[in-house]
Design a protein around this ligand. Structure first.
Ligand SMILES: Cc1cc2nc3c(=O)[nH]c(=O)nc-3n(C[C@H](O)[C@H](O)[C@H](O)COP(=O)(O)OP(=O)(O)OC[C@H]3O[C@@H](n4cnc5c(N)ncnc54)[C@H](O)[C@@H]3O)c2cc1C
Length: 452
């Protein structure tokens, strides 16, 4: 079964006429339910060529900490085993990704390079460098979105309401079952030595450490277990409970989705067909999983300033400029924010949840980012601090969802003007009393504690 042509974006306009194929696995770190892997493997099998997977491990990456590397490497080790069972060798090589890929192409005489789609600036730059230097066909496959990001829209969308009908029109064509996994001939593994994961783990030179977390088990198998449990339990009341931080009823699938240990398409297919889950719950969950998530990819792909105020809509820039000199009642440094040492017990509890678990409830993420705007000197400083904290501490950080969620909270991206408030101007405002009337903040604060 070949993949939908709408998933394929050609980075070098050259035809593949046979010969060794490599899949540069990057964002979608799984052996199953992966359209990029399927496309690469199908191409190799059709021309009876060899097929390899390569993962490049950058020595440091967008504030990633030991916590992120541990989660990712454990998942990759499982992926290597699953691939080996299908006679697909996986190479993990440390260093500058574009340089490694170019060397790999030369060393293994690769004739078709496939990678997965990621709108984040750094991955787009690596791809551009490889495309300009390698004289072979290079295909980028969207294995992360259900409806491929480049296919659904060729421009920056205004809001969920503008992308939703475009996604819905195409959903039936793309939300299709995955083909059964197929194996390569055993000769495809010949001469390959498995990776030494201890050596790989100790070769990272990240100096940033974070306490390990134990509420989540890394890897594709654990991701599927979690998905099954969510469908059996909290999903049924998602439409009522997911927005209540005191109930903790959201799926917590985001780390698995971020590292591509779980396919969003697999999640959507499982939710779609789940028995005993009311349609309102399915609809509300799929709105987040599909529309909001794909809108974030659309923003990061089409707005190069996705993490600074230059990427805000014109009305938001104007209103924030008008309030630039407003008095800030509190001002905090990065360190005080990081250590959860503000005057606000609710904010501190959210930051404590983040530090302790590498996860923060979705509703609290909005409050958390908006208060950073309120308690810093400028929207630019707020963006810098929020992005750095998010990328450093969220296990699902360094993701289009994060950059877009922060730009939504601080800079009105995908939102509209609301009533005027000091500092915020017409950016949607949130405050402590609003949270108090919405959920049991005492319960949330008690659970995570405040460090003031
Ligand atoms: C300031 C701020 C920062 C954020 N940072 C990140 C981040 O770093 N990484 C990240 O993945 N998400 C981020 N989000 C989006 C969202 O809050 C998280 O995806 C969600 O809370 C993850 O928890 P969950 O898996 O339990 O979500 P659930 O409610 O169970 O949702 C299921 C899935 O839908 C997607 N989703 C849910 N809400 C959103 C949303 N608002 N935008 C886009 N996709 C969504 C996610 O993939 C999520 O895993 C951020 C939002 C804000 C406002």
């Amino acid at each position: 079964m070949s993949i939908h042509p709408g998933r394929i974006h050609t980075l070098t306009p050259l035809p593949y006429t046979g010969g060794p194929v490599a899949y540069w696995m990057s964002r979608d770190q799984r052996a199953d339910d992966n359209w990029a892997l399927i496309h690469a493997r199908n191409s190799a099998m059709a021309s009876r060529a060899s097929f390899r997977v390569i993962f490049t491990l950058a020595p440091s990456f967008l504030n990633a900490t030991s916590r992120h590397y541990q989660f990712m490497l454990t998942g990759l080790c499982e992926t290597e085993r699953a691939l080996a069972e299908r006679n697909i060798p996986m190479y993990v090589i440390l260093g500058d990704p574009a340089e490694i890929i170019l060397q790999f192409i030369r060393k293994h005489a690769i004739k078709l390079l496939v990678t997965d789609f990621d709108p984040i600036r750094i991955k787009q730059r690596w791809c551009a460098r490889i495309a300009s230097s390698a004289a072979i066909p290079f295909h980028e496959i969207d294995a992360h979105n259900i409806v491929p990001c480049r296919f659904v829209s060729q421009k920056k969308e205004f809001a969920a309401r503008t992308i939703r009908p475009k996604i819905n029109r195409l959903l039936d064509s793309f939300l299709t079952p995955f083909p059964k996994p197929a194996s390569m001939p055993s000769a495809n593994m010949r001469g390959h030595r498995r990776n030494n994961w201890d050596a790989i783990a100790s070769s990272r030179n990240t100096t940033m450490t974070a306490p390990e977390i134990n509420w989540i088990v890394p890897g594709a198998r654990a991701a599927h277990t979690r998905l099954t449990a969510v469908i059996k339990t909290t999903l049924k009341r998602y439409h009522h409970d997911a927005n209540d931080p005191a109930l903790d009823a959201a799926s917590r699938l985001s780390p698995y989705l971020h590292f591509g240990q779980l396919s969003a398409q697999r999640v959507a297919l499982s939710v779609d067909t789940a028995a005993d889950v009311p349609p309102e719950a399915k609809e509300s969950f799929l709105e987040q999983l599909i529309v909001r998530r794909e809108l974030a990819d659309n923003f990061c792909l089409n707005e190069k300033h996705y993490d600074i105020p230059a990427g805000f809509p014109a009305w938001a820039k104007r209103t924030l400029a008008k309030h630039a000199k407003d008095k800030r009642e509190y001002l905090y440094t990065y360190k005080l924010f990081e250590e959860a040492k503000t005057h606000d017990a609710l904010w501190n509890a959210a930051q404590t949840q983040l530090r302790r678990e590498g996860y923060m409830h979705g509703y609290m993420r909005m409050y958390w980012a908006k208060k950073i705007l309120e308690w810093t000197r400028s929207p630019a400083e707020a963006m810098r601090i929020a992005v750095r904290l998010n990328d450093t501490w969220q296990l699902d950080g360094r993701d289009p969802n994060g950059y877009t969620g922060i730009a939504w909270s601080v800079g009105g991206v995908h939102d509209r003007p609301w009533g005027e408030h000091p500092v915020f101007g017409q950016i949607r405002y949130m405050n402590y009393n609003g949270c108090k009337s919405k959920f049991d903040i005492a319960k949330y604060i008690e659970r995570y504690g405040a460090s003031t």
